[in-house]
Write a protein that binds this ligand. Structure first.
Ligand code: GAL
Length: 416
C-alpha cells in the first residue's frame, strides 16, 4: 500500500498528524478553590466549554472557602518557577501579582471583543494593571445576603425581617422551633463575611469610612463597638459545633431544615440549587436587614500568569470563552452569581439571580456598590488579614467589643 501514497498524500497525512498533536497539546492548568457541590457544578460548565473548543483542562483544586489556602499554594508554585496558566483570584490579590510582574497580557483578546465597554468599571479596577488586561472576570458575587429555610420562616410567621430587631425576633422564633437559628462555620473568612453585612447595615458611609477609607476614628469608634455587639449577639445563635465547619456544610443545615438561616454570599445559592431546592418554595434569599439597595461585591477572576509562548494561545482562548455572553449566563446561573458583563440577559436566572443582577446595576448607578472587605475587594491581603484576626478573636469570645474596636483600629493602622 505504502508505495502508492503520493508525496502530496504523505504531506497531507503528516499535516493532519501535526495538527492533531498541536491540538492535543493545547491545554490550561487551572488553580482554584471551587470544591463544594455547587462550585464544582459551576466549574464543570467552564471545563466542558473549553473541552468543546479542544482545550484540555488540568485541574489544580485547593479546598478552602474564600481561597486563603489556594493563595498559599499559589505562592509556593510561583516561587518554584511553575505558575499555573490561570488562577481563580479575588480583587487586590490580582493587583499584587501584577505588581510583581507575574501576570500575562490579555489586551489582544480584550480589544477584539470590546471588554472595556461591557465589563463594569468596578471589576476593571482589578482586571487591569497599568492599563493592560491581566485577568478575566467570571462573575460578580456579593456578601450581604441571607439564605432562609422557607418552612422555618413560614412557621415563624412568614415575614422577612426588615431590620435588626426583626432579625433577632426571627432568630428567637427559630430557637423555639428547636432549630439552630444561625448556620455558621467558624473560619476567619466566614466570620468576616458576616461582619461585612453587619457593618454595612449601619449605612453606606460607615462601611466606606471603615473598610475603604480605613478611617481610624470609624474603626475605633462607638458605632463599631455596636457592630461588634451585634456580632456577639449573632454568635449566641450558632450551635456548639460551629468551629472550623466548612461554609457549604452550614448551607446544608439550612437546606435540610436543621437550621433557620445562613448569612453568606450568593455562592450559597449554588448549594441550594445543586440540592434541587427552589427559591421562593424551599428557600428565601434576601439582603441582610438594613442593607437593601447596597451591595458589597466580590468578583472571581481568572488571573492569567506569564507562561511559555506555546501555552499563550490556549490561555487567550480561555479568557475569550469566559467572557462570552452565552457562557456568562450558563455559568452564573449555576454558581449563584451575577454575570461579569452588563449585557447578559437575566432570562435564564431564577428570582434570586434576577435580584442579584438588578441590585448590582442599581447599586452601581446609586454609588452604593462597595468592594467586600471579607473577600479581598476593599484592601490588600495584609489589611484584610489584620481585620480577620480581630473579628475572629472577638467572635470566639477572646475579646470584648471594647477591646475589639481598639485592636481593630491599631491592627489596621499597623497593616496599611
Ligand atoms: C469566595 C468566592 C466564591 C466562593 C466562596 C466560597 O471568595 O468568590 O466564588 O467560591 O469564596 O468558596
Amino acid at each position: 500500500m505504502r508505495k502508492f501514497l503520493t508525496t502530496t498524500a504523505i504531506a497531507a497525512v503528516m499535516m493532519t498528524m501535526g495538527g492533531l498533536a498541536a491540538k492535543a497539546e493545547e491545554g490550561v492548568e487551572v488553580l482554584h478553590w471551587w470544591t463544594s457541590g455547587g462550585e464544582a457544578a459551576a466549574l464543570d460548565v467552564l471545563k466542558k466549554d473549553l473541552e468543546s473548543k479542544g482545550i484540555s483542562w488540568t485541574d489544580m483544586p485547593v479546598a478552602g472557602g474564600g481561597g486563603t489556602e489556594a493563595m498559599t499554594v499559589l505562592r509556593a508554585r510561583v516561587t518554584a518557577g511553575n505558575a499555573p496558566t490561570a488562577v481563580q483570584m479575588l480583587g487586590f490579590d490580582i493587583l499584587d501579582w501584577a505588581k510583581e510582574g507575574a501576570l500575562g497580557n490579555l489586551d489582544e483578546v480584550a480589544a477584539a471583543e470590546g471588554w472595556d465597554k461591557v465589563i463594569p468599571t468596578a471589576l476593571q479596577q482589578f482586571s487591569k494593571y497599568d492599563g493592560h488586561w491581566i485577568a478575566a472576570p467570571v462573575n460578580v458575587h456579593s456578601t450581604n445576603w441571607v439564605w432562609i429555610n422557607k418552612a422555618a420562616l413560614d412557621a415563624a410567621g412568614g415575614k422577612e425581617p426588615a431590620n435588626w430587631d426583626e432579625l433577632v425576633a426571627l432568630l428567637d422564633k427559630f430557637k423555639e422551633q428547636g432549630l439552630t437559628p444561625v448556620a455558621h462555620g467558624g473560619q476567619a473568612w466566614q466570620d468576616a463575611t458576616i461582619f461585612d453585612a453587619v457593618v454595612l447595615s449601619f449605612g453606606n458611609d460607615f462601611y466606606k469610612k471603615a473598610f475603604i477609607d480605613l478611617d481610624a476614628e470609624t474603626l475605633g469608634g462607638a458605632q463599631m463597638k455596636e457592630a461588634f455587639d451585634r456580632m456577639a449577639k449573632l454568635r449566641s445563635y450558632v450551635d456548639d459545633n460551629f468551629s472550623g465547619r466548612d461554609w457549604n456544610l452550614a448551607s446544608a443545615m439550612v437546606i435540610e431544615g436543621k437550621a433557620g438561616l445562613q448569612f453568606m454570599g450568593d455562592w450559597a445559592k449554588g448549594e441550594f440549587i445543586k440540592a434541587g431546592k427552589k427559591p421562593g418554595a424551599d428557600f428565601v434569599c434576601m439582603r441582610f436587614p438594613g442593607t437593601q439597595g447596597s451591595v458589597t461585591f466580590n468578583s472571581d477572576q481568572f488571573a492569567m500568569f506569564k507562561v511559555a509562548d506555546d501555552k499563550v494561545p490556549a490561555q487567550l482562548k480561555m479568557a475569550s470563552a469566559i467572557e462570552s455572553p452565552v457562557f456568562q449566563s450558563a455559568f452564573n446561573v449555576v454558581k449563584g452569581s451575577a454575570p461579569a458583563r452588563t449585557d447578559v440577559p437575566d432570562t435564564d436566572f431564577d428570582d434570586c439571580g434576577k435580584k442579584a443582577i438588578k441590585d448590582l446595576a442599581e447599586a452601581n448607578t446609586n454609588g452604593s456598590l462597595y468592594g467586600s472587605m471579607a473577600h479581598g475587594h476593599a484592601n490588600p491581603a495584609s489589611v484584610k488579614n489584620a481585620i480577620y484576626d480581630v473579628v475572629t478573636r472577638h467572635f470566639n469570645g477572646e475579646l470584648t467589643s471594647e477591646e475589639a474596636v481598639t485592636e481593630l483600629a491599631a491592627a489596621v493602622e499597623a497593616a496599611k
